[in-house]
Write a protein that binds this ligand. Sequence first.
Ligand code: ADP
Ligand code: ASP
Ligand code: MG
Length: 407
Amino acid sequence: MALIVQKYGGTSVATIERIKAVADRVIATRAQGHQVIVVVSAMSGETDRLLKLAKEITDLPDPRELDVILTTGEQVTIGLLSIVLQNRHCPARSYTGFQVKILTDEAYNKARILSIDDHRIRADLSQDRVVVVAGFQGVDAEGNITTLGRGGSDTTAVALAAALKADECQIYTDVDGVYTTDPRIVPEARRLDRICFEEMLEMASLGSKVLQIRSVEFASKYNVPLRVLSSFTEGQGTLIAPEDNRMEQALISGIAFNRDEAKLTLLGVPDKPGLAYQILALIADANIEIDMIIQNVGADGHTDFTFTVHRNEFKKALGILQQQAPSLGVQEVRGDDRIAKISVVGVGMRSHAGIASTLFKALAAEGINIQMISTSEIKISVVVDEKYLELGVRTLHSAFHLEQATA
Ligand code: ADP
Ligand code: ASP
Ligand code: MG
C-alpha cells in the first residue's frame, strides 16, 4: 500500500463532468490498495474571475482581503469533489488550508508554507477516507487567510507529500507531461519521460508555468517523487527526479519563455564606483525585483546600464528612474515593455561548448536581433523583441533538434 498525493488543476475540475472523472481516478487508485490525498484547484477561470471582481473596485485591492476572496474558488471544488466521492460510496472529507492547518508566513498573495499539521489528515487516512485539500491556500500565525501565488496548488500538493512522506506526488493537468517547450507554441514539442529537478527548476523560473517553481523547490529539497500527468488521457507522464548520471544527457532538455518582463536602459551614466549600486538601490527600495542586468564598457567617462523588471512594475520603475536621473547625472532613461525572454535549458550544457553559437546563429538566420544575453551553467537566456517570441522559440526548438528523441 502506498500513499499518493494527486493534484488536479483548474481544467481538470472545470465542470461537474470533469470532477466526476477525477473521482473515477481517485476511486481506481484506492481500488489498487493505495491511500489518496487529493489537492484541487479552483474551477478553470474562477481565480481570474474573482481577481477581476476585486479589480473592478480598485486597481490595487487590499492584499489581505484579496486572499479572502481568492481562496473561495478552491473551497468550492473541495466540497464538490467530496460530495461526488461520497455519492459513489467512497468516504471522503474536505479541508481548507486553514482547517488542515497549512501554516504560512504573512506575505499575502505570495505566502510561503512554513509547516503542515498532519494529524487530522492522518486520522482520516487511518479511517480509510480520501482526504480532499484545497490548494493554493494557508493561514498565517495570526489566523489570517493567505494564498501561495498563482499556480500555488502545485506547491500545496508537493508540501503535503513531503509532510506526510507520500510515495509519489502526481500533478494532473491538461497536458500529458512536461514537454521540450510549451506545446501550445510548438506543436512538434516532445514529451520528456524524465527531467531532473535542476532543469525543471530553471524551466519553471524562466517561464514554463506547467509547475509552480516553489513546488519544484520543495520536491527537490525533500526528495519527493514528482510526476506530471494528464487527467484526460492515460500514460506515464513525466517524472521529475534527481539527475541520473548513468544516462547520456541531452545537450538541451527544453526551452522556456517569458513575456512578463520589461527593459529599462540608462544612457550616459557616469562611469564611477557606486553608480550601479545607487541605481539598483532606488529600484530595490521600491520593492521591485530585478532580473537581468547589463553594463556596457565605459567610454569617455560614461557608460550605459540596462536591466529588466516584471512588466507589472515597469511604469513604477520608469517613473522612479526618470525622476532621479538628473541627480544621478544620467543623461537619458529609456524603457521598453515589448520584450520577451527565451531560454534554453539543459544540464548537458555543463560539459559542452558551442551551445551559444548554435543559438546565436539560428536566431541570426531568422533576422532576430538579440538585445540582452545572460548565461549560467545550465541555461542561456536572450531578450528579443516580443514580436519574435514565437518564431524564436520555434527556431531554437528545431535548431537543437528537440523534436527528436535522444537515445
Ligand atoms: P493547471 O491548471 O492544471 O495547473 P497550468 O495551465 O498551470 O495547468 O499548466 C499546464 C500548461 O502549462 C499547459 O497547458 C501548457 O500550455 C503549459 N506549459 C508551458 N510550458 C510547458 C512545458 N514545457 N511542458 C508542458 N506544458 C507546458
Ligand atoms: N487557482 C489558483 C490559480 O489559478 C491556484 C492554482 O490553480 O494552482 O492560480
Ligand atoms: Mg498550474
